[in-house]
Each structure stands twice: as structure tokens, then as C-alpha cells.
Design a protein around this ligand. Structure first.
Ligand code: PHE
Length: 344
């Protein structure tokens, strides 16, 4: 029986060396160490052996069992190791591979234009500030000489938020001019500021109208500010944005919060002034309204119009890239068509 145990041990080790996956290892365990294996059967029968054999056979069988158990454990560990290594190999990162380029976005044409406009005015000493899109009737209309029922309200198709009494109603600002009032309430002259921002109109959209677009408001208040300052500033602005040679036109216009009021137009780029669809066959494209701040507006914010004067202007932002690039539909700006946006 000792011989048998020795052979058993040798055979088991021989087979174990060929095992190379966990399933085979489990089969091997059942074959050599399972309840029905010859080794376990021998161990169970030790008690019925004659006394002299009992000790030596028992000791040998236990020794073989322990040896097989530790071989099993070791094999298990080395299989695990091998598995891990091969897993690591197959998952290895090649850090020398070049990265995949990420698509990089770009600034929206409106943002690019706003940045340019702000730069021009910053160079002339204006500060840049922003204001709320949701505004009181008071700032959007009343403080700008447009009381309830004033016909000028028809110039601005308004999106109302609620129906408060008088100046207390809330709306989406129809222009950036309410910031003139907010600025003058907070600061004393000299004031020189521009206000870029979104404005809203309750209007059917078409090629030249959107219900949301951008304006840049400008305001300068100090002693001795005259119409000449207004013209000089706006001519300089047009020169910077449209170039030296483009003609600029000033004409009288009416806005309740300025006196006198003007409108500024640029010679149409598409037809060089000859008249075309883009300029409505007039040869000119209006880009801004402006004027000298009305004395009543100054007085309302406690700035004495006998001492101070000022000019203000408000321009449409999308008009500028439309003029420059011959874009004939303002709706393209906010329809998020990448084929359009990628061109800028
Ligand atoms: N707020 C006017 C508009 O939206 C433009 C304007 C601004 C006119 C400042 C005069 C002075 O049409």
C-alpha cells in the first residue's frame, strides 16, 4: 500500500504539471482529493488495517494528502498570476500613440463682433458694463420719456412678463437704453460706458427681424459734451469697424429720450451704394440710433442739465457681420446650423 501511495503521489504531480486553467485544476482536485478519490478512500480505511500497518500507512497517506493540498494551492496561485499577466498584457496602453484630436469650437459671429465693438470703445476710454434682460417698465420706457400710452411705445413690440401697475410692470427689455438710466442713477459724471446685451421684440421673424438680437448701448455724460463729440466718436467707430473708405451718413431721427436725435447709416457693401435687395434699394444700411441725452432724462436722475450734457447711441450688432459678409438672413445667427457657424 505504501507503493500505491507513492505512485499515486507521482501520478498526481505529473498530471498537475499539465493543468493550465482553473476548470482543469478543479477536475484534478476532485480526482485526487475529492471524497471518492483513492487517497481519501485509503485514509478512511486506515482504521481497519492491522495495527502495525495502520501507523505507517496512515502517516504516509496524510503526508501525501498535505503535499497534494499544498501543490494544489500553489498551482492555483500561479494560474491566477498567469491570468492576471495576460489580462494586463492585452489591456496595456501604448502611451506613445498620438492622441485623438478633439474638435475645438469657435466664437459665435455675434460674440466676435461684440468683442470687436467693445475693443474699439475701450480704446476710446469707455467702460463696458452689462444689465438685466428682465427690466421694469420704468427703466425701459417711463424714465426714457415714454410714459403709458405714448405713441413711441409702438416702436417697440414688447414681451411682457407681468402686468404690474405703471412703471412696476416687468418686461423683456426691448432695447439696451434702460441701462442709461441705471448707469446715471448709480454714477455721477463724467460717465463713459457701453452696454452690450440681448434685447427682445414681440415680432414675427423674417430675413431682417428676430425676436431676440443684440444691441450695444453707449453713453457719455460730462460738462461740455456736444453733438461734435457724438459725431467724432461714431465716425471713429465706423472707421475702425468698416474701414477708412466706407461712407457714413447722419440724418435727423426721433427718439423720445434724445434731442436732437440722429440715425447713422453705412454705405451698403453689397452694391456699393447703387441699391440692392440687402439695403432695400436705398444704397444705405442703418446701423444705429443716437442723439444728445434729453434734458428731462438727465433731470430725472438728478443730473443738472444746465451743467451737464451727454450723448447716447444704440446699435444693432448682427447688422455688422451681415453688412460685412453679405449675410442676407438674420435668422441664421440663432438657428445653430453648424454649416453657417463654422464659416466664421
Ligand atoms: N434704443 C434705441 C432703439 O433701440 C436706439 C437709441 C439708443 C437711440 C440711444 C438713441 C439713443 O431703437
Amino acid at each position: 500500500m505504501l507503493e500505491q501511495l507513492k505512485d499515486l503521489h507521482a501520478q498526481a504531480l505529473e498530471e498537475l504539471s499539465k493543468v493550465d486553467n482553473p476548470q482543469e485544476l478543479e477536475a484534478w482536485r476532485i480526482r485526487y482529493l475529492g471524497k471518492k478519490s483513492s487517497l481519501i478512500r485509503i485514509l478512511r480505511s486506515v482504521g481497519s488495517l492491522p495495527l502495525d500497518e495502520r501507523q505507517s500507512i496512515g502517516a504516509k497517506a496524510n503526508e501525501v494528502k498535505r503535499a497534494l493540498e499544498s501543490s494544489l494551492e500553489e498551482k492555483g496561485r500561479s494560474l491566477q498570476e498567469a491570468l492576471l499577466t495576460s489580462h494586463r498584457e492585452s489591456q496595456r496602453l501604448d502611451v506613445t500613440l498620438p492622441g485623438r484630436p478633439l474638435p475645438i469650437g469657435r466664437l459665435h459671429p455675434t460674440t466676435q463682433t461684440l468683442n470687436e465693438i467693445c475693443d474699439v470703445f475701450k480704446n476710446m476710454g469707455f467702460q463696458v458694463i452689462e444689465g438685466p434682460d428682465v427690466e421694469w417698465d420704468y427703466y425701459n420706457f417711463e424714465a426714457l420719456n415714454i410714459p403709458q400710452h405714448h405713441p413711441a411705445r409702438d416702436m417697440f413690440a414688447t414681451l411682457w412678463i407681468d402686468a404690474g401697475m405703471g412703471g412696476k410692470a416687468r418686461l423683456l427689455r426691448t432695447h439696451t437704453s434702460p441701462m442709461q438710466i441705471r448707469l446715471m442713477e448709480k454714477e455721477r459724471p463724467p460717465i463713459r460706458a457701453i452696454v452690450p446685451g440681448r434685447v427682445y421684440r414681440y415680432e414675427a421673424t423674417d430675413a431682417t427681424h428676430e425676436s431676440m438680437f443684440y444691441q450695444v448701448e453707449g453713453l457719455a455724460v460730462d460738462k461740455n459734451i456736444t453733438m461734435a463729440d457724438l459725431k467724432g466718436t461714431l465716425f471713429e467707430f465706423c472707421r475702425c469697424i468698416f474701414g477708412e473708405d466706407r461712407k457714413v451718413r447722419f440724418r435727423c431721427d426721433y427718439f423720445p429720450f434724445v434731442e436732437p436725435g440722429v440715425e447713422v447709416a453705412i454705405e451698403c457693401s453689397a452694391c456699393a451704394g447703387a441699391g440692392c435687395r440687402l439695403c432695400g434699394y436705398s444704397g444705405w444700411i442703418e446701423i444705429l440710433g443716437a442723439g444728445m441725452v434729453h434734458p428731462d432724462v438727465l433731470a430725472r436722475v438728478d443730473i443738472d442739465p444746465r451743467i451737464y450734457s451727454g450723448f447716447a447711441f444704440g446699435m444693432g450688432v448682427e447688422r455688422i457681420p451681415m453688412l460685412r459678409y453679405g449675410i442676407d438672413d438674420i435668422r441664421l445667427f440663432y438657428s445653430n446650423d453648424l454649416r453657417f457657424l463654422r464659416q466664421f
